[in-house]
Design a protein around this ligand. Structure first.
Ligand SMILES: [Mn+2]
Length: 347
């Protein structure tokens, strides 16, 4: 397992010296943040990030993400131009030694929560999703925590309108078209494409979501059988859906060598609808059996990248929701323990 940590580049408020102090920390997970989806990156930017990481004894082998533009997802006339830019960016990543690219194919919103600071009984706060609160959101007058600055109201309404005419099947075909257009670059540089599952794993606002379940992941892997086409096993995203048996999925896709990256975090179901709270990583803190997930990964040969994904705000910290240092560092310590135990049990 290669323990990794998300790093928002040179402007991240959490210094790399701190990340290096987390036991077993191997690689940063980062991206080029000053370009829009569909634009071509500078190699210089990537080299700067890599040099900074390496100066602190950290590798830079995972990019999360090269964003996929809405034009690619919708299959609009600009799609091929944006795919050409994606291919160029992928090649740049390959040239600087990147081994894994995490991306997603979610229309418009790449995650959704109803509260960014849910108060927990342990005096921490974290991201949460309430089915009741979500039902009250008016898609015509959207104000969503975390998204209000990303789109103007007009842009958002136009996007939602365009997607009304795009079915799950069309979106899936657009994903396959996209993957088939980039696999030769992945082959050339030996880069693994690790799709991030939809978060949460169901349709929202009538927008189609296509990476939500075992069935949909099977379909995606079968449609593009190239060995570089695989998965980011995000336990919190998949696990937010009670229809997903995450330990089983860990076993199945690790056995197929299709898990390239794992986002490990726990969620707690808070009602019999779809509500959940992001909790500490420890199994008993939430609804997922984190040990069984890790054991199934290890027993089936997984040796890829892992990151703690989100954490709570704890110890008085008030960082970007989900991305404080303290709880993610605690998550790393716990993840190290799970892997050490699972690996020793295997021998
Ligand atoms: Mn994730």
């Amino acid at each position: 397992m290669k323990l990794s940590f998300r790093w928002y580049g040179l402007n991240d408020s959490i210094p790399l010296t701190y990340l290096k102090q987390i036991p077993n920390m191997y690689s940063v997970v980062t991206s080029v943040y000053d370009k829009k989806p569909g634009e071509i990156w500078d190699k210089e930017s990537l080299l700067k990030l890599k040099a900074e990481a390496e100066k602190h004894g950290l590798a830079m082998e995972v990019i999360e993400s090269i964003p996929v533009s809405e034009d690619i997802k919708m299959g609009s006339p600009k799609r091929d131009e944006h795919i050409a830019a994606f291919r160029k960016n992928l090649a740049l990543c390959g040239e600087v030694g990147v081994k894994c690219v995490c991306y997603n194919f979610m229309p418009v919103f790449d995650w959704l929560r109803t509260n960014m600071h849910h108060d927990n009984p342990d005096f921490s706060n974290s991201l949460s999703y309430s089915a009741d609160d979500f039902a009250k959101v008016d898609p015509k007058n959207l104000h969503l925590p975390g998204w209000d600055e990303s789109y103007s109201p007009e842009e958002l309404q136009n996007l939602l309108k365009t997607y009304q005419n795009i079915s799950h099947e069309q979106l899936f075909d657009n994903l396959v078209y996209f993957l088939n257009s980039i696999m030769d670059i992945c082959d050339q540089y030996d880069i693994n494409m690790a799709i991030h599952p939809d978060d949460p794993p169901w349709d929202v606002f009538g927008l189609p979501r296509i990476i939500c379940s075992e069935e949909s992941i099977d379909k995606m892997l079968a449609a593009v059988p190239n060995k570089h086409n695989g998965l980011t096993l995000c336990t919190g995203s998949l696990g937010a859906g009670k229809h997903n048996d995450v330990p089983h999925m860990a076993e199945k896709y690790a056995k197929q060598n299709r898990v390239f990256f794992a986002h490990l975090r726990n969620v707690l179901y808070t009602d019999d609808k779809d509500s959940f709270v992001e909790v500490g990583h420890y199994s008993n803190a939430g609804s997922l059996d984190m040990f069984q997930i890790v054991k199934n990964l290890v027993d089936n040969g997984f040796d890829g990248y892992v990151r703690p994904d989100h954490g709570r705000n704890i110890f008085g910290e008030n960082e970007k929701p989900g991305y404080g240092l303290y709880d993610r560092a605690l998550g790393c310590a716990y993840i190290n323990g799970l892997f050490e135990a699972a690996e020793k049990m295997k021998k």
